[in-house]
Design a protein around this ligand. Sequence first.
Ligand SMILES: Cc1cc2nc3c(=O)[nH]c(=O)nc-3n(C[C@H](O)[C@H](O)[C@H](O)COP(=O)(O)OP(=O)(O)OC[C@H]3O[C@@H](n4cnc5c(N)ncnc54)[C@H](O)[C@@H]3O)c2cc1C
Length: 322
Amino acid sequence: MRALILAEHAEGTVSKAGLEAAGLALALAGTRGDCAFALLGKGAHEAARELAVTYGVPAVAVLGKGLFPPTSWAWARAVWDVFGHAPPEFFAAPQTTLMSEILPMLAARAGGFYASGVEDWHAGQDGPVFLRAAYSGKYAMETAPRVRPVFLTVLPGAFAPLAPVEGAEARVTEARAELPPSPVEHAGWSRPLESGLSLALADSLVAGGRGLGGPEGVDLLRQAAALFPRSAVAGSRGACDAGWLPASSQVGVTGATVSPKLYMACGISGAFQHVAGMRGAGFVVAVNLDPKAPVFLHADVGIVEDLKVFLPLLLKAAGENP
Ligand SMILES: Cc1cc2nc3c(=O)[nH]c(=O)nc-3n(C[C@H](O)[C@H](O)[C@H](O)COP(=O)(O)OP(=O)(O)OC[C@H]3O[C@@H](n4cnc5c(N)ncnc54)[C@H](O)[C@@H]3O)c2cc1C
């Protein structure tokens, strides 16, 4: 095995970002047989089976006490307990909160190299060269690690997800990790303040900035988001700092990195700190009063209009053509 994919899953269902990490792993390993998925936590066995059958990549369900609810401490130890005796060259995972903690821990333990926010790669003279954003997206930084293993967290939306294959045989194994008692306790779950899908899972995000002019503008965003299935409301730091949207809605370098199919930026100027979080979006619509707003440089469709004029027109048109 050359590449191990740590695919985060919600009780058996693997996220799109996990499959994108698998896309990079396959590109690095060369063949599906040289990759493997590792699944931990509740539903690991079901997820392993599903992945192995659908994608033709061997999958390992890692079982053990203390793996659910997850803590990075327990997961990192479990992964090393199972794979550390013969580690693959590459470990790839989606850039999520949990994986951004686990992979650096593993790299430190293994004496390897950790690269976060991987957006692209190419073959160099002595192995792969990884591209990451530097200075909040102003530059792309190229890194060629000469040490192994290499641990990579992958920016959502940067790579094509692993494609399914027909008629694959399910190669699933189980491995049991022996873990010491954890010094880190899972203290509970809490729901995000904003109702609706989490930013990471939404196919469409309708985002608002300071151009909303106040909390009353947020209602327009909610109504616009409701036009699209699997949607959520997001915001710039300007709107979150003003208290119009919860901090959990913030997109950007100090907020979430998102890769929805549709991103509607309403009254957002397009500061590079914001754009760094939404560059992975499939299609971007920007609504802004200022025709020179930088956000238009990143938009597929630009609408120079007051959002309080445009969004009601959009809602009316959608109501007339449901
Ligand atoms: C270290 C650091 C980290 C940061 N991290 C983040 C981050 O993670 N995310 C983030 O978003 N920002 C971040 N920022 C802040 C960032 O630099 C910008 O200040 C912020 O993104 C601006 O938010 P905005 O676009 O909502 O507001 P503004 O820049 O004030 O833009 C408002 C826009 O709305 C338009 N507008 C006004 N009225 C209307 C209307 N009625 N209809 C349509 N358009 C209208 C205006 O033309 C303008 O373009 C960070 C800054 C620093 C220094």
